[in-house]
Design a protein around this ligand. Structure first.
Ligand code: SF4
Length: 754
């Protein structure tokens, strides 16, 4: 399990020189983000200043973490890279494939039966290639990483968009597609466009019902789901020091919801306390020795406007609890205004479920604060009106919470304690109370609330709040309940109020766990065999994608013009489809089935230009593929926002889609398209999106001259024979154009290794 203290000490030993050199080349004091980025350059010390938002830079991350749903494809790809072992410390965490239904014991047993093939595959590949393996039930990737591996000033990547959670321990931790992770596992540099920097100055101190979660709910309301795109959000100020380490983790976790590359905080006493509480005194001691390099320079925080591209200021003393949603995490509503807003929007007031936990909010502090509310309900004889579900983030937190009587408090309210896994947060929820698609409301302390995310029901209105607010609302059963103002009627008919939550940052008796679920890989795994059955439904060895023929792409047909929000959930749905994450052909049957067809506003209902008939997207696309006809997908803004899953790029690629043209891309998805040898373009003139018609044919007439910074001209031929000539932009650099030429980044790696 061991974190690699020697690696951490090596990072710290290089830091003084690298930070000093970076200060010289940048020519001014440095933010924390810059210190971490410049001290992780692939080429060592900085020789030049990088332009934010423009220059692509090669980095050398310290760690990699993969979750089971994305690890399958990542490891299938790594197996093709021709390596004996991973070159960078890597862990795999089995957390996404466990369905929440009856409670931890039964659900885990069931997952081990239904997904044993996948877990066995991940376990044996991990053992073979020197990867640490966390078994099903061990916990959720980001909580396990925070408790075991994250360290101040480090850089990590992970095949999950909430890898950013480790910013709570002062890392630059970034969610990537599996193909990026494979590069780093194979000893290659990891490329990222040097991010813009957003500074968030926190003053004051949280009080009453307000929690760390409310900081990010507020920030999401300010920045919206696109506002952090291409940026690192760096939090600083006295208010930041007043937050717990795990509270910082919550804030960084949901930075993914504003599209931020990552978020981070400077090293402080709260981080030191957390490191020591999680049995990492040596890391805390090592960090203390380089403390000055693990925060931004004083001058930066004194005059942030001069050093950040954007600065936001939040007074924690004034901040009030929020609920964000439904359907988008940036729709922020202070609870005091929820009553009015819910009426105006006709959101269902009755709350069916309150769900607490996930990687976002299952710290000891979170559970104690929520439990302090639950306990009041029991003590004051208030019967909870909604159902309660709890997803502990790790076995360590679950064991400790059970030891300290926290889980018992929830159980006294008839809560179901689900497995230490993602469960309802990723659609792995067999929800028994609503089988139909009635309009209904749930509240949860997770991070995402896109349509269908929790239970597959598009009419479920999911609201995101802090664990204590979720507890209070679930007890009241009302979305518009404001515990600072509203009374409840108890079983004796008396009016009672819930008092402010009380939390404990870290367990006074320390954390404890009997069986943490970790499996150390063999030192020499060369004798381990990994087998994938040819008739497996769940796993399929990969066949390399075809290289580009070097010619212009002509005669491509429109597959779908997606209207509005098209997240990776719309492109490659999770929920029941998670079972096919290791089988490219099978999972391709969900390709774009959640995207809304702009011509009829229906999902999974597109016109085939071959037959004139309407049908599902994957079926229609398979017909084009069979005839060898290339196709194009057109999309709106922030296309591919959401998760880092490369399936959203691999599926269309596998099915024969050649190009995706959109108004704008979400960063990770754009990179994923490039890595899989797809052409990802943006309309030079956004309004050209409106020119695209249902029966259009596309000719990419100067693709033969594909070059960095050079727009690509597209001739769009309409059904009546008229044509529009439109300009599209791209962000491929020279290296990425090589990926395109070879058919994928992996093809290029293999070629170089050979
Ligand atoms: Fe799991 Fe949800 Fe966290 Fe993703 S956001 S890692 S699905 S708990």
């Amino acid at each position: 399990m061991a974190y690699d203290i020697d690696m951490i000490k090596k990072v710290y030993a290089q830091m003084a020189e690298r930070v000093e050199k970076a200060r010289k080349v940048v020519g001014k004091p440095l933010t924390l983000s810059e210190k971490i980025l410049y001290s992780h350059l692939w080429d060592g010390v900085a020789e030049q200043k990088y332009e934010r938002g423009k220059d692509y830079v090669n980095f050398s991350p310290d760690r990699i973490a993969c979750q089971d749903a994305t690890a399958q494809m990542a490891l299938l790809q790594f197996m093709q890279a021709g390596k004996k072992k991973v070159e960078v410390p890597t862990t795999v965490h089995c957390d996404h494939l466990i369905q929440a239904k009856q409670g931890a014991a039964k659900d885990l047993k069931s997952a081990n039966e239904t997904s044993h093939e996948v877990f066995d595959f991940l376990g044996s590949v991990s053992n073979k290639y020197g990867i640490g393996f966390w078994k099903p039930g061990a916990g959720i990737i980001h909580q396990v990483v925070l408790e075991n591996y994250a360290f101040p000033g480090g850089m990590m990547i992970g095949t999950d968009s909430h890898t950013v959670n480790a910013g709570g321990l002062g890392m630059v931790a970034i969610g990537v597609g599996g193909a990026d992770a494979v590069d780093v596992m194979a000893g290659m540099p990891w490329e990222l466009k040097f991010p813009r920097l957003i500074g968030v100055k926190l003053t004051g101190k949280l009080n009453g019902w307000t929690a760390s979660k409310d900081v990010i709910l507020k920030v999401a309301g300010i920045l919206t789901v696109k506002g952090g795109t291409g940026a690192i959000i760096e939090y600083f100020g006295e208010g930041a020091k007043n937050l717990s380490c795990t509270g910082k983790g919550t804030i960084c976790n949901m930075g993914a919801e504003v599209g931020a590359t990552t978020s981070t905080f400077g090293y402080d006493d709260s981080m030191e306390r957390f490191l020591r509480a999680t049995d990492r005194n040596d890391v805390a001691d090592a960090a203390n020795e380089v403390r000055e390099h693990l925060t931004g320079d004083d001058e930066v925080y004194a005059n942030p406007e001069q050093y950040f591209d954007e600065v936001i200021e939040i007074d924690l003393s004034e901040l009030r609890p929020h609920l964000n949603g439904p359907f988008t995490p940036d729709l922020a509503t202070p609870i005091s205004e929820m009553s009015k807003k819910a009426k105006e929007n006709d959101w269902p007031i009755d709350v069916d479920w309150g769900l607490i936990g996930s990687c976002t909010n299952s710290s000891y502090e979170d559970l104690t604060r929520a439990a302090s509310i639950a306990k009041q309900a029991v003590d004051k004889k208030i019967k909870a009106k909604s159902d309660f579900g709890i997803n502990p983030g790790s076995e360590q937190i679950r064991y400790t919470a059970e030891r300290d009587g926290l889980l018992k408090i929830f159980e006294d309210l008839d809560a179901t304690i689900f497995t230490n896994a993602c469960g309802p947060c990723i659609g792995q929820w067999d929800r028994s109370d609503r089988k139909g698609e009635e309009k209904n409301t749930i509240v949860h302390s997770f991070n995402r609330n896109f349509s269908k995310r929790a239970d597959g029901n598009p009419n479920t209105h999911a609201f995101v709040g802090s664990p204590e607010m979720v507890a209070a609302i679930a007890i009241s059963g009302r979305l518009d309940f404001d515990p600072t103002r509203d009374k409840l009627i108890n079983e004796d008919g008396e009016e009672v109020m819930l008092e402010e939550p009380q939390g404990i940052e870290l367990p006074s008796q320390g954390f404890e766990v009997k069986e943490n679920g970790y499996v150390e890989p063999l030192e020499d795994g060369s004798g381990v065999s990994v087998s994938v059955s040819e008739d497996s439904e769940r796993l399929q060895l990969l066949t390399p994608f075809e290289p580009w023929d070097g010619k212009n792409l002509l005669g491509a047909k429109l597959l779908i013009k997606a209207d509005g929000k098209c997240t990776t959930d719309h492109i490659s749905m999770a929920g029941p489809w998670l079972r096919y994450r290791g089988h490219l052909d099978n999972i391709s049957n969900n390709c774009l089935i959640g995207a809304v067809n702009a011509f009829n506003m229906k999902t999974n209902f597109v016109k085939s230009q071959l037959t004139g008939e309407y049908g599902g997207v994957p079926d229609t696309q398979r017909e084009y593929k069979e005839k060898g006809i290339p196709t194009v997908v057109v999309g709106d803004h922030n296309y591919g926002e959401g998760s880092s899953r490369e399936h959203a790029a691999m599926e269309p690629r596998h099915l024969g889609v050649k190009v995706v043209i959109v108004k704008s891309f979400a960063r990770i998805h754009e990179t994923n398209l490039k890595k899989q040898g797809m052409l990802g373009l943006t309309f030079a003139n956004e309004n050209d999106y409106d020119l695209i018609q249902e029966d259009d044919t596309f000719n990419f007439i100067d693709l033969e001259d594909f070059a960095e910074g050079k727009p690509i001209t597209v001739e769009v031929v309409h059904a009546d024979g008229t044509k529009d000539l439109i300009k599209t932009n791209h962000t491929y650099n020279e290296n990425q154009i090589e990926w395109y030429k070879e058919g994928s980044a992996l093809n290029l790696i293999k070629k170089l290794n050979a």
